[in-house]
Design a protein around this ligand. Structure first.
Ligand SMILES: *Cc1c(COP(=O)(O)O)cnc(C)c1O
Length: 444
């Protein structure tokens, strides 16, 4: 019999579905068509019996009724896992999103009873935290940089150190963004060494600004030099041009007490004299996806008036979550409230206790191993934090990884050194029992 003749009719397949499911008829027909088309295209995929074909369609329909975007447990040991949504939100930020999901005073002044500006909700918090005169929130840091450059550098020159003309990831390249903004890139220095005089010699009447870019996802080591931000600020202001600092992940907290390499904070960039500082909301800030533009009022106001601002403005949910996140810093409770800082600040001994409890509760065959977590998300490149993992070599790691990915609440680990690893530093302590249940369900 040829494949063509064995393909069932759409009507027959749909009619044979269990009667209890609630998927509309039109969806059943559309999904059945897609499935039959796949079998026609690749007969090897076609089940042997009609009953199995119906079962497969039924499975597809059950999947179709589930939301695609689901909660997962990050056990990868990468704190800011881009594929898993970067920074997890604090409880307060999650509550804030729910609270304003209906009607809210996003652009309404409740005192005056008149129209207001959505950016005002964040301004006082940012000023308190960074001492910046003004702030602006857009959809992400890529948008923040683009909008800033379009406003203050279009048709003019922007000076960037050769070592900082980098690609951040996802195809976001500083030279491309500069071109898109209508500015001309003037590269100075060499990949490893750039001095203040390199910048000074490149300044012309056409220069709009000096752009400093955080290396983000790589490190230059060895025979290197870069001027300090303060030196660049002095130079820029002597020549009446701007200094823009793209700090990337942008921390509000000093990371050195946690054993990480020194990373300037946003308030340090402002204090050093940067006119505008751009950073992400969902890296080391630990909030929602957002880009923050903070700095001198005259410049930030000008950026806010750019026609594209309307296309890049954040929604009420973002502003609510960012507001709640920034309040944790104002209240000095960030290490307690914000998941990324909980992960960074948890002492190794606590992780050892949790990993031991997990391996005790797991089926036989899982072992404790010390490991290193990474920050990820282009933040603190090369920096690691010591951690503990629970590790399994049998069943084979890829089999275990697949099973745990398909658990009700998917658990995402990492395969390394022929074993499957669950790093406790990135698992929220409140999720430990879910991980235990998942591992039992997925170990034969
Ligand atoms: C992450 C990063 C960006 C992009 O920020 P998004 O919020 O992802 O758009 C830009 N520049 C640097 C240096 C970064 O680290």
């Amino acid at each position: 019999m040829t494949t063509q003749r064995r393909l069932p009719s759409i009507e027959r397949l749909v009619a044979a579905l269990p009667t209890h499911h609630t998927v509309p008829h039109a969806v059943c027909v559309a999904q059945a068509r897609t499935l039959v088309a796949q079998w026609r295209h690749d007969p090897a995929l076609m089940p042997a019996s009609f009953a199995e074909m119906v079962a497969q369609l039924n499975h597809v329909l059950i999947q179709f009724t589930q939301p695609n975007l689901r909660r997962v447990i990050n056990a990868t040991g990468v704190l800011l896992q881009t594929n898993l949504g970067r920074a997890p939100l604090s409880q307060a930020a999650q509550r804030a999103i729910t609270a304003v999901a209906g009607a809210t005073n996003i652009e309404y002044d409740l005192m005056a009873g008149q129209r207001s500006d959505r950016q005002l909700h964040i301004q006082t918090l940012v000023r308190q935290l960074t001492a910046a005169e003004a702030s602006l929130v857009v959809n992400n840091n890529a948008a923040a940089i683009l909008l800033t450059l379009m406003t203050v550098a279009a048709g003019r020159e922007v000076i960037v150190s050769r070592g900082q003309a980098v690609e951040i990831g996802g195809g976001f390249r500083i030279p491309d963004i500069l071109r898109q903004s209508g500015a001309t890139l003037v590269e100075v220095g060499t990949t490893n060494r750039t001095y203040v005089h390199d910048y000074a010699e490149a300044i012309t009447p056409q220069t709009a600004l000096i752009l400093r870019v955080h290396h983000s996802n790589f490190r230059i080591q060895g025979f290197t030099h870069e001027p300090t931000l303060r030196e660049l600020a002095t130079l820029a202001h002597q020549h009446h041009i701007l200094l823009i600092d793209n700090v990337g992940s942008g921390s509000l907290i000093d990371v050195t007490p946690f054993g990480l390499a020194y990373e300037p904070r946003i308030q340090d960039s402002i204090a050093a004299g940067a006119d505008v500082v751009c950073f992400s909301g969902d890296k080391l800030i630990g909030g929602p996806q957002a880009g923050l533009i903070v700095g001198r009022q005259v410049v930030v106001r000008q950026i806010a008036r750019h026609p594209l601002m309307r296309a890049l403005r954040p929604d009420k949910l973002t502003i609510a979550a960012l507001d709640a996140t920034l309040r944790s810093y104002v209240n000095e409770t960030a290490c307690h409230d914000i998941p990324i800082w909980q992960m960074i600040s948890t002492p190794l001994s606590q992780l050892a206790d949790r990993a031991t409890a997990l391996s005790d509760a797991f089926p036989a065959g899982w072992q404790l191993r010390s490991t290193h977590s990474t920050i990820g998300g282009g933040a603190l490149p090369g920096e690691t934090l010591p951690s503990w993992a629970v590790v399994c070599t049998h069943p084979p790691p890829d089999q275990l990884a697949t099973a745990l990915r398909q658990y009700d609440i998917p658990v995402i680990g990492r395969i390394h050194d022929g074993a499957f690893w669950l790093d406790v530093r990135t698992i929220a302590p409140t999720d430990d029992q879910i991980v235990v249940a998942a591992v039992h369900a997925c170990t034969p």
